[in-house]
Structure formats: C-alpha cells, structure tokens
Design a protein around this ligand. Structure first.
Ligand SMILES: *Cc1c(COP(=O)(O)O)cnc(C)c1O
Length: 379
C-alpha cells in the first residue's frame, strides 16, 4: 500500500460496537471482567488501551515495522530504549543531537553506569573505532538537530549487524513520510511524535517502532513496567494528525526549499544548513535515503553575535519564537539558549553550533509571507 493511503487508513478500523469511522477515545482506566481473568483482552489502561493500540499500529505501518509503541513523550521513548541496557554497557551516539537526548544520556544514565561515546558520524566508518565487547547500542539522529548533518543509515546498520549491536535511529526530523530507517536496516526507529507526526503543536508524545518480536516484547514490558504511556485523548489527536502527514510534509518540503534558497542568497547570512543543497557535504546520502529534504533549516550570520540574532527573532511576525518544530505553523528557535541549552558551550562549538545560529521549522503557510517575514526581520 502507498504511504498516503496508509497515513489515512493504517491501524484504524471502524469501531466494532457502533461502526464509528473514527477510533473512539477510550477514556477509561480499567475494563470490567466477567470472572477473574475472563476479559476481552483489556485489563488496565497502562497495559492495554484501544485508542493507543490503533495509534501504535498506525505508526508501525508508516515505518514499515511489525510493531509500534507510544509513550508519554519522545524522551520517555528514548528512556525505554536505554532501559534495555545494564551497568557497564556502552552506547555510541552521534555528537549532534537533541539537547534533551544528550541530557538524559549524560545526566541520568551515566549515573546508572552506562557509558556514552559522542562521536562525529558524518563518516560512519568512525563508529567501528569505538566498538568493544560492551557496546550494545548505536544511536543516531539524521538529519541532525540543529546542524542538519546527514548520517548514512544503511552504512551504520551494516556496522551494527556485523558487531551484533542494536541500531536506534531518531527519525523525528524526517518523519516517516520522508525516511524509513527500518527499511535501511535499523533495529529501532524513534519519534518525538510531538513534532511532525502530531503536526499541530497540541500534543507531547513519543514512539518506537521495530520488526523483531523479542525486542518488541522487551520494550512493551518496559513500557508497561515503567508506565510512561500516552493517554487516549492524545492518541486520538495524533491519529487525526497522521491522516494529513503526507500532505503536510509535501508543503514543508516545498516551502523549505524556497526559504533555504532565499537565505542562501541573502548578503547578511553566512551559512545555511539544509540537506537539499547540492553542496551539502552528504547531499548524495540525503538524496538516496530521504524522499524529500524537509522544512528544517539552520543559519548563521557573518559575525557570531547572539544579541543580533535575538533582535532578528524578536522582530518575527509570522514565525513564532518557540521551542519545538514540525507543526503547521512556522517556528524559529535559538538552539544555544533554548533546545540545546543543556549542552556545554565547548561541545556545541565542536559541531559548529554557534551563538548566532537560528533554527527554523518551516510551516505550511504561504512561502511568500514567510519570506517577507524573514526579509523584514533580518533587514
Ligand atoms: C523534541 C525531540 C525529542 C524529544 O521529544 P519530546 O517529545 O520533546 O520528549 C527527541 N529528539 C528530537 C530530534 C526532537 O526534536
């Protein structure tokens, strides 16, 4: 089935009791049993909830995976993945990643005896130099946040397979409409559903999808045991959001290309980071593993002046100055002080995340209005 048809239909069946075309919001904590253990497959909503199950099936279908799990946030999904590990285990992670991911790795799980190596994965062959008998997981984001580097998922997957290590890919920036890591050999794909999957800036949620049944069962056990499940109302909102994911992504990509090119030709702007440019260092990999280049763009000015970037952001009228991304509305973010404030400055500088860098999440508005807004704000 084509992606567009899956976005509209996957996971969703008419409600068996009424025929309701939309999956009902099963706002219930528990389910009545006829006799102890004699029930309809639903006992307690941390463990089973029909609205959540529909969404899990939908996300699994979009990622061409056999199984899906949804969590109370993207970080709760990452938390569940790391709980597959034990003290002494090691993780090799990309060094340009969401600030909250860096924070949970270093400030929570290092205290539990798990060791993280943060490395530049632009050239994935570097991963092998960090693999030893304790390595259990390779974790990467692509495109990376906020530098828009592209990591070769298939090449990382073959390294992971060779060494019998799990590969987890945070696919938040691309969304399943543009990139499907499971097809490229990843073991686990993760989403901050908060972003493109939800798409309307009204839900915080996370998801995992995977093919392997045993891996799914271990993660479902963690989901139920640790309890960071997504609520039914939020699952309903995301089921609704997903129905237009393919249409939204088309416009995000179209507007993204227009704005990236506008910024690239702007005399006051130094660098523009967007994987769609032919001179992007890994453009060819982006072209082969993504169906489009997305609406996430970062840029810097000629002089690295934070105050000046603040002034530009204060002048935006259409772009909303906010953390988060992937909503229908355009947003601007200052990673150094907002989303990536948890990363020490020397770590940021290593990947080129300057104080003046502004990250845009280009929405689905009219591109001319967005360009006029940039025009008046940048001056
Ligand atoms: C937002 C984000 C997360 C964290 O997700 P939450 O839903 O905010 O917990 C993880 N990875 C990436 C790439 C993100 O953008």
């Amino acid at each position: 089935m084509h992606f567009d048809t899956k976005a509209v239909h996957a996971g969703v069946e008419p409600d068996p009791s009424t025929g309701a075309i939309m999956t009902p919001i099963f706002q219930t904590s528990t389910y009545v049993q006829k006799s102890p253990g004699d029930h309809k497959g639903f006992e307690y909503s941390r463990t089973q909830n029909p609205t959540r199950f529909a969404l899990q099936d939908s996300i699994a279908a979009l990622e061409n995976a056999n199984h899906g799990l949804v969590f109370a946030s993207g970080l709760a999904a990452i938390d569940a993945v790391i709980k597959l590990l034990k003290p002494g285990d090691e993780v090799i992670s990309g060094n340009d990643l969401y600030g909250g991911t860096y924070r949970i790795f270093t400030k929570i799980f290092e205290d539990f005896g798990i060791k993280f190596h943060f490395i530049d994965m632009d050239d994935v062959s570097k991963i092998e130099g960090y693999i030893n008998e304790n390595t259990k997981l390779i974790w990467l984001e692509t495109p990376t946040n906020p530098m828009m580097n592209i990591i070769d998922i298939a090449a990382a997957a073959s390294i992971a397979k060779k060494h019998k290590v799990l590969l987890g890919v945070d696919n938040t920036f691309a969304s399943p409409a543009l990139q499907n890591p499971i097809d490229l050999g990843a073991d686990i794909v993760m989403h901050s559903v908060t972003k493109y999957l939800g798409g309307h800036s009204d839900v915080v949620m996370g998801a995992l999808a995977m093919n392997d049944k045993e891996l799914y069962e271990r993660l479902a056990f963690i989901q139920n045991s640790c309890g960071a499940v997504a609520g039914p109302q939020d699952c309903f909102l995301v089921l609704r959001g997903i129905k237009t994911l393919h249409l939204r992504m088309e416009r995000h990509c179209e507007n993204g290309a227009k704005i990236a090119n506008y910024l690239k030709n702007h005399p006051k702007i130094n660098k523009v980071y967007w994987p769609g440019f032919e001179d992007h260092p890994n453009h060819d990999i982006a072209k082969s593993q993504m169906k489009g280049f997305g609406g996430m763009i970062s840029f810097t000015f000629h002089e690295d002046d934070m105050q000046r970037s603040f002034e530009v952001m204060e002048r935006f009228k259409v772009f909303a100055l906010a953390e988060s991304l992937g909503g229908v509305e355009s947003m601007a973010n200052h990673p150094a002080t907002m989303t990536h404030g948890a990363i020490p400055k020397e770590e940021r500088m290593k990947v080129g995340l300057l104080d003046s860098l502004i990250r845009l999440s280009v929405g689905i508005e009219n591109a001319e209005d967005l360009i006029s807004d940039l025009e008046q704000a940048i001056g």
